[in-house]
Write a protein that binds this ligand. Structure first.
Ligand code: CA
Length: 407
């Protein structure tokens, strides 16, 4: 029996709570070995919750065997950049020529598997491939962190304690089911695991055993990984036989006030003058779609359909979902977008967004509290300002717009 196990046999939770509080108070002044004891106690306090979720003592001890907090995790977590990468820079890397060509090669290689996945889930194979490419570069970057250690580090201290603790408990449940062994359960610093980069709660909800060997293995079994991705998309509302969306051309004298407004039938967008690049009629006229202009009126525009929102469930960022959609089209053989990105119209950083809101408020285009969040109210204020100075009212918060307001 190791020392941690003996702690767990103690039936005085309040005592441990008191020691926990004292250890938090003293943590800053303590030498490393004392802080490590604090981690032991934190693990001890986690046990009753894990047990209540069906985790056995054996699994719990095996998972935490030799696990100490890993400072590199906090460094990775703290190094999230404040500046905003323009969407075209993000997409240049996300939808690189290398990723397109590898995606095409892998599609041939896994043709039988992709047929089977399409038959079961109805999710377009190219989208499954695109997500695989986005998440792990087709298995090239699975992440080499011990997931239990990474999540325990986040759960023990720092700004992501709630996330770390919840995901850690979910990870213990995965180990309890023997889907994977602790040493093979690797992932990113934030606990995103395997080919699909599922965090443990996502894994527990959506991972499938597609090859039928009794284990849901998204780390070493491509069939399970790609099947899990398709299952996640299907449960998120993927509609078989439909697209995520497509690029559209906006006519002159378009009423930009409809951007970011109500969802409309594609046939209605057609009536408002939108066309495919080249002038052809819009696809799927009976479907509802959103019009998005990720970099304002100067950049490409897109109609996004129901399947785009399914991709957003995977990762709730427009740049991500658009990259998945575009990469899937490119793997299928489509061209790049017809309209170029406006590389000199940079998006705003968080602090610049606050400054923009303050300037709009001061100039009488009331946008409410300057919180750095560009919501409906801020976009409406931007549009009123743009209209007042003769700009296209696309509601897009850019650096040129901020400069104009400053002067
Ligand atoms: Ca399996």
């Amino acid at each position: 029996m190791n020392r941690r196990t003996r702690h767990l046999n103690c039936s005085a939770p309040k005592r441990w709570l008191a020691i926990g509080i004292v250890s938090v108070l003293l943590a800053g002044a303590m030498p490393d070995h004392a802080r490590a004891d604090g981690f032991d106690r934190w693990v001890t306090q986690l046990w009753p919750e894990a047990r209540a979720l069906g985790v056995s003592r054996t699994t719990f001890d095996a998972a935490f065997s030799g696990v100490r907090p890993d400072e590199t995790i906090h460094q990775a977590a703290g190094n999230q950049p404040e500046f905003v990468r323009p969407i075209w820079q993000y997409m240049e890397r996300a939808v690189s020529d290398q990723r397109v060509s590898t995606g095409r090669e892998r599609s041939f290689e896994f043709d039988n598997l992709l047929n089977a996945i399409e038959a079961v889930y109805g999710v377009d194979r190219h989208v499954v491939m695109a997500i695989w490419g986005m998440e792990s570069n087709y298995g090239g970057h699975l992440g080499d962190k011990n997931v239990i250690q990474a999540l325990a580090t986040l759960g023990y201290q720092g700004r992501r304690q709630r996330f770390g603790r919840r995901q850690l408990l979910a990870a213990l449940q995965i180990l309890e089911r023997r889907d994977i062994t602790p040493d093979l359960m690797t992932g990113s610093w934030a606990g995103a695991m395997g080919h699909t980069q599922f965090i443990p709660t996502t894994y527990n909800a959506y991972a499938v055993d597609f090859d039928g060997d009794g284990r849901r293995d998204i780390w070493l079994t491509i069939a399970d990984a790609l099947g899990s991705t398709a299952n996640y998309l299907r449960v998120s509302g993927w509609q078989p036989g439909r697209t995520w969306g497509y690029e559209v051309i906006i006519p002159r004298n378009f009423d930009y006030s409809v951007v970011g407004g109500a969802r409309r039938l594609v046939s209605e967008w057609q009536r408002l003058g939108l066309r495919l690049p080249g002038g052809a009629a819009l696809l799927h006229p009976g479907n509802e779609a959103d019009l998005i202009l990720p970099s304002g009126a100067d950049g490409p525009a897109f109609l996004t359909l129901r399947n785009f929102r399914a991709i957003l469930r995977y990762n709730n960022a427009t740049a991500y979902a658009l990259s998945v959609g575009h990469l899937s089209d490119r793997i299928r053989g489509a061209d790049e977008f017809s309209k170029a990105w406006p590389v000199d119209v940079l998006p705003l950083t968080s602090s610049q967004k606050v400054e923009l809101q303050n300037l709009l408020n001061r100039a009488g285009f009331s946008v409410g509290t300057a919180d750095g969040v560009i919501g409906r109210q801020t976009r409406a204020g931007i549009r009123r300002y743009q209209t007042s100075v003769g700009l296209i009212p696309d509601g897009y918060p850019s650096v040129p717009l901020l400069n104009r307001l400053r002067s």
